[in-house]
Design a protein around this ligand. Structure first.
Ligand code: COI
Length: 334
């Protein structure tokens, strides 16, 4: 079987080869899938994508016309698919729901730690020659904080574990509280979490058309004055304009995000100046540095997570060949 794998960075290529225990013929394509390079999948039997690959109706129809019925993703999230189109075209999708949860939670934790202790702020000032003590570096200590995990699946639960190990009180909100998470967090209502937490970390999946801009003015208004907000989930979950306003009026102390809205236009691109970034809200965020910390959707960019993403994807293809479906299949629910 020949698989077209999109969005494979040069550093990742050896892992695709090393973990290829079923001997698939691989076509490794460095670019993320878009409307131009979809044609590279012609002649392949299946496709493997990552987040920010364009799996809209147009590209899915193209795959179908090449005789491809399996377009799998090696990510947890699947918001880059038009699921309705996939179902109508008879294209199967599987994902990797369980790669190392430490990858993303480590980054969320790092952002919380750094922003709360003003580490990046002080480091930036020092880069400009300013070794003075700023009154806004004054802080509490991690063992005295309350951290709110908003969405306590595996990733959120592991972030909770890290904070708990530092002595913080960790509260969480999740409509489906798990026993795994309960080892590290105390489940509370959404309003209780927002009222108590000094740091709120978002870990919910994004469902297009269902929870866009979940973190809006009302949500931010319920957060404690001076809290830090971290988003390593999806940019679309947050109303970035409202976050900018909350930072400007000092209701939020800081915002850390590994994700931005409209990522396909931004992530993976290199701009010569902030003004060239094709999103005014993102420009406004960057003008609030160093109370803002943005990273290029790199939460899952660790060796254990990469190995899981690839080997579980290969298992998904194998299971599909053997049984006609996979335990990680993604269904369109309407
Ligand atoms: C996910 O797995 O959903 C991610 O956000 C990872 C990224 C490579 C898109």
């Amino acid at each position: 079987m020949k698989i077209a794998c999109y969005g494979v960075r040069p550093l990742e290529e050896p892992y695709f080869e090393k973990l290829n225990k079923y001997g698939y013929e691989l076509k490794l394509i460095p670019e993320y899938l878009n409307h131009e390079n979809v044609v590279l999948a012609e002649g392949c039997d299946a496709v493997l994508v990552r987040g920010n690959c364009v799996c809209d109706r147009q590209n899915l129809e193209k795959f179908k016309s090449y005789g491809i019925d399996w377009v799998f993703t090696r990510t947890v999230g699947f918001n880059h698919y038009d699921l309705k189109a996939a179902k109508e075209l008879g294209i199967s999708i599987s994902r990797v729901p369980n790669y190392s949860p430490y990858a993303v939670s480590n980054l969320a934790f790092t952002m919380g730690v750094s922003l709360y202790r003003h580490a990046s702020q002080a480091a930036l000032n020092i880069l400009n020659g300013d070794f003075t003590m700023h009154s806004d570096y004054f802080a509490s200590e991690f063992n005295r904080l309350t951290v709110g995990i908003y969405g306590a699946g595996k990733i959120g639960a592991i972030e909770g574990k890290m904070w708990k190990e530092l002595g913080a009180k960790v509260v969480a909100y999740d409509p489906f509280p798990s026993d795994f998470a309960r080892q590290y967090v105390e489940f509370v209502s959404e309003d209780e979490l927002l009222a108590q937490a000094d740091i709120v970390s978002i870990h919910v999946p994004y469902f297009p058309g269902k929870n866009d801009k979940l973190v809006n003015a009302e949500y931010l208004g319920k957060m404690k004055q001076g809290a830090v907000l971290i988003n390593t989930a999806r940019g679309e979950l947050v109303d970035t304009h409202e976050v900018v306003l909350a930072l400007q009026n000092k209701h939020l102390a800081a915002y850390g995000a590994d994700v931005v809205p409209s990522e396909t236009k931004i992530i993976g691109h290199k701009f010569d100046s902030i003004e060239e970034i094709p999103d005014q809200d993102v420009q406004d965020l960057l003008n609030l540095y160093p109370r803002v910390m943005l990273t290029p959707h790199m939460g899952s960019f660790t060796e254990p997570a990469l190995e899981d993403m690839i080997s579980i994807s290969y298992e998904n293809f194998h299971e599909m060949q053997e049984t006609g479906t996979t335990k990680n299949v993604v269904e369109y629910k309407g």
